[in-house]
Design a protein around this ligand. Structure first.
Ligand code: LRH
Ligand code: MN
Length: 443
């Protein structure tokens, strides 16, 4: 299906370029023998630890994480944005790039859209377009942290928590609109992140602002379809630089508990103070039955939205260690996994491919933790051996399992290598004339 906008444009252009199946098969054929040897060798090593490499490979094949539509375009900082050639110009081209990420990595079958950035003229057509490319839609994201041309009220001083009920009503209405679009696209959840907060002591009455937040969320929750989930995303600071209404997991948890069982907490790894023990927060929210999902990324200082596992892969492993441990005792445990990154210095497709692989790696490493051994050392307060039980899994090179999972799922053994060899970037630079985007900024 050709997107409406492309119709006029497509008159002169052939079908948008896609990597051919044969290209991936040729790529894999040259690497298959080495992979099979490495996989078999790892299999022997793991068997000595009582682990079955085949079961681990099947688990890796089942691992999925959603990609953010806003992540396939070049991100920026408040200082500047350096768009690359072949940038996707609209939601259709963003889906083409998301389809390429899934074609090579086989772990990202769903896309998380942001409204109004991805407002579809024809949701049914967009759903068909996505389906044809093996994609579906994950959590929708509302946006009441920017003002848009047709908006009656400004969100300069807040949205769902604004002192003016008319502004709150506008923000609630927007979220209901996002749910409506999501229903037409087959999504089943919405993530509500708001930047509401203050830059000066005294600017905001903390308790009244939180009451207004809850009142507005109640209005959204009241219209939430019965089979939908509402994710609350907390964030320590930015854009508010002194106080933020939903600033931490505790506030988010309290609101989710007040609102009901289909309201859960979403943990964006970058939304915490430096050195926060995020795996501890994850274990807490699991314990309280309110862990709904993640925005995976990494950061050194603030909400840097860097590639997942790029700065602190051990933290990522420790988070998956908590998730795998929880899933052992509750098979229905299935938090929503999404990436939320901004790519300023790397090619967005390559970063999203690499990040999905880093999540899969952390997951498989968490699966090989000897939990009986760990529990015994914890019980015996044998601190070092307990720690080393985790480190042994984290330092196990599971790459052959990840690559075999991709091969068996008809992806590329080396997705980045295959992507670079495919000529996709050059073809998109030809197909998509650069468009001047005035905006700098994170997304
Ligand atoms: C806020 C956030 C939120 C998105 C935005 C793109 O920092 O993490 O999840 O809406 O980034
Ligand atoms: Mn986020």
């Amino acid at each position: 299906m050709v997107p409406p906008r492309a119709l006029a444009y497509a008159a002169s252009m052939p079908e948008p370029f896609r990597i051919a199946r044969e290209q991936i098969e040729r790529h894999n054929a040259a690497r298959r023998a080495d992979l099979e040897a490495d996989h078999a060798h790892l299999g022997k090593q793991l068997a000595r630890r009582g682990l079955d490499v085949e079961r681990l490979t099947e688990a890796a094949q089942r691992f999925e994480v959603a990609v953010p539509s806003w992540g396939v375009g070049t991100g920026g900082t408040r200082f500047a944005r350096f768009p690359g050639p072949g940038e996707p110009r609209d939601v259709w081209e963003k889906l083409d790039d998301c389809a390429t990420i899934h074609q090579l990595g086989r772990a990202t079958p769903r896309v998380s859209l942001h409204i109004p950035w991805d407002e579809p003229e024809d949701p049914a057509a967009l759903a068909r377009f996505a389906k044809e490319r093996g994609l579906a839609f994950d959590a929708m994201n509302s946006n009441t942290f920017q003002d848009f041309p047709d908006a009656k009220h400004s969100y300069k001083f807040g949205s769902l928590t604004h002192t003016d009920p008319a502004v709150r009503a506008q923000a609630v209405e927007h979220n209901l609109h996002v749910i409506d679009v999501g229903k037409k696209l087959g999504s089943r959840s919405i993530t509500v992140w708001i930047g509401d907060g203050g830059n000066f002591p005294g600017q905001i009455h903390f308790r009244s602002a939180l009451e207004r937040y809850l009142e507005s969320l109640r209005a959204i929750h009241a219209k939430l379809p019965k089979d939908w989930t509402l994710f609350l995303e907390h964030k320590l600071y930015e854009p508010a630089l002194y106080s933020t209404v939903n600033n931490d997991w505790g506030t988010s948890y309290w609101c989710a508990r007040e609102l009901g069982e289909r309201v859960l907490c979403l943990v964006d790894l970058g939304h915490h103070a430096p050195n926060t023990n995020i795996e501890g927060i994850v274990a807490r929210l699991i314990h309280l039955g309110k862990l709904g999902g993640f925005h995976f990324n990494d950061s050194k200082y603030g909400d840097d939205d860097l590639d997942a596992g790029a700065i602190d892969p051990f933290q990522l492993f420790l988070i998956f260690n908590e998730l795998v441990d929880a899933a052992r005792s509750d098979p229905r445990f299935a938090p929503a996994y999404m990436l939320d990154q901004s790519h300023n210095a790397t090619h967005p497709i390559e970063s999203l491919l690499a990040s999905a692989m880093e999540l899969q790696r952390a997951y498989v490493q968490a699966l090989i933790v000897d939990r009986a051994e760990l529990a015994a050392h914890q019980q015996a307060n044998d601190v070092l051996l307990a720690h080393r039980a985790l480190k042994r899994a984290f330092t196990t090179d599971v790459e052959p399992i990840l690559a075999m999972a991709r091969l068996r799922s008809l992806g590329a053994i080396d997705p980045l290598g295959a992507f670079r060899a495919s000529g996709y970037r050059a073809r998109k630079a030809e197909e998509r004339p650069a468009f001047e985007s005035s905006r700098s900024g994170i997304v």
